[in-house]
Design a protein around this ligand. Sequence first.
Ligand SMILES: [Zn+2]
Ligand SMILES: [Zn+2]
Length: 737
Amino acid sequence: MVQIKLPDGSIKEYPQGVRPREVADGISRRLADATVAAIADGTIVDIDRPLENGTEQPIELRLLTSKDREALDVLRHSTAHIMARAILRLFPGARLAFGPTTATGFYYDVDLPGRPLSEDDFPAIEAEMGKILKDAEPFERFSLPVAEARQFVEDLGQAFKVEHIDDELYKYGVLSFYRQGEFVDLCRGPHIPHAGKVGAYKLLSIAGAYWKGRTDGQVLQRVYGTAFFEKKDLDAYLAQVEEAKKRDHRRLGKELGLFTISSLVGSGLILWMPKGATVRGVLENFLKDELLKRGYQPVYTPHIGKIELYQTSGHYPYYKDSQFPVLRMLDDAAMALIGGLEKDELDEPGQKVLLAKAGIPETMPLLVNASGEPGSSVLHYWSLDKAGKIKYVEEHGVSEEYLLKPMNCPHHIQIYGAQPRSYRDLPVRLAEFGTVYRYEQSGELSGLTRVRGFTQDDAHLFCTSEQVRGEFRATMELTQFVLNSLGLTDYKLRLSKHDPEDPKYAGALGETWLRAEADIRAVLDEMSLPYEEAPGEAAFYGPKADFIVRDCIGRQWQLGTVQLDYVLPERFGLEYTGPDNQPHRPVMIHRAPFGSMERFMGILIEHFAGAFPLWLAPEQIRVLPISDKVADYARRVLNDLHAAGLRATMDLRPEKIGSKIRDAQLEKIPVMLVVGAKEAETESVSFRDRIDGDRGALPLVDAIAQLKAEAETRAIRQVAAPVALAPAEGHAQSHEY
Ligand SMILES: [Zn+2]
Ligand SMILES: [Zn+2]
């Protein structure tokens, strides 16, 4: 027998190999019809997957219906199979690579014989998919021993799948397949019971993609699509995509002169133009003022640090693959080894000189960096021996190695540790807008949201274990305050926990982790904040609470995050002297309400569709004189605005007032003050508001007082026209082996 425990806590016995479908059927016929997949002991499975007890424990089973987020992923991945099947019907000989889900849909990488696929083919493919849906054939799972599986996919003519088995899958003894009618695909699953469960689908776009992401590999075509259980959800999603296009921060950023990217500076490295820098500066000052009120102290730290620092913290090698390469300063001995080149010749051209001297092809590495113990290094290089023959040399030398800062924490830890600390000094709260660097793949870069250098509104709190909950709560409240101030009031919380099976958390597990997770849970409960728990989403040094914010068109973004960390204080041996005169270990809290300034600005630009509220707008007010005759009065208005601390400009061009107004509108300037002879005479302004339109004449002093009050209270009077909210996003995951 097998014991099954359902989410309501009830435990029932079933024969071995019972299927989730049968468990559902035992509850009600309707539930069995509605069930599309199940989660058994944390793993998503087909509803016809036999369940067997591996341990004494009952199997924890959750049945998934169209209401569950996890079910949407299963549906979308199954739709990827349906699309692949339709493509194969229309283009026999098409070869398939990978077909996982994304946060909003799915894709399948394909290679067509003869000609590339284009979006013009979408109607035909979608029509074919429609036929497959109508037939509503089941997805049937079967397994083959790996050798037979390889032969099977070879017979299918699926060369990429053969290669994938040879590369990676051979280590599994048995591989699973899913059959749907004439179409069979190598896949781990799970899938929906039959194609008829797909309520609505759409193919979206095509992009190039490298086979297995290898930049020297074959270029495949990645066909993107999405699917939903209900047509209305697809419609809402497509409306959201349309709306998002209109608000795209990359386009608005250019149109409004907020930021630019120069290929000469480098991809993913943001250049803030004066207007964008103004908005960012306002945000930074807003937060800095708030931090001072809340007992934070400012610090500044450099953009690089020695590699030993990050080895101690664990950021290296943890982030190794996404970092810029190590900056290595060679010592004299090492320099002598590589043939007397001057230090500044040690760049690419310098290496080429030596390679040419030695007659070594340029593709062969002359000097390969490899680090040994901290402070030492191993040099691998090619050299010429006395007889003029090329030889391979490995030497140990001493060098200094630096990294571009991947995180600010280790630097702040050094500031904490720079002086003796007593319990009376705690909590110490160190804040910095610190810029950090990641080497994201160029294909991943996108506007402000995926960049290679970004500034975190970072702070680290060092406190006693008794202070943890209070400090954690205060940082949560700060994050709420910041998000609310920007009109981002629709958010939910995620408690990101460790995953005991993930090697990333190895060595960091144990009592302190569980304690940290319990602390966060207690704070969230105390604040009556609803949250969901997400195993495997924690940082490598501790669990965290993440704010998942919904913008005004319903898209979800992970913004502010607060992390609790018992690990780094241990690694760096941080201490404070307790009331008992003994050394104690402080606890660290990492927090960043905006997260990254770049990404946050990108989200804000889209949230406000470029029309920032008065307090954030780079240019708050434009003074528009009707003619040259009132230029002096216009100048006086401008001066008074500046004196009141408002950001204003004046349009003195010899244009008609109508076109001056139109230009200011296009630039999304919140307020226009029109002045003519009558206004000059009465010391007034004609007040045009972006939201309320023409508000008529106002005495100048009143207008300035009103504007000042609106900016100082950080009023957000309008975000943008609301649109139908699309349903919650799925969670990108791979169904591949
Ligand atoms: Zn599949
Ligand atoms: Zn940190």
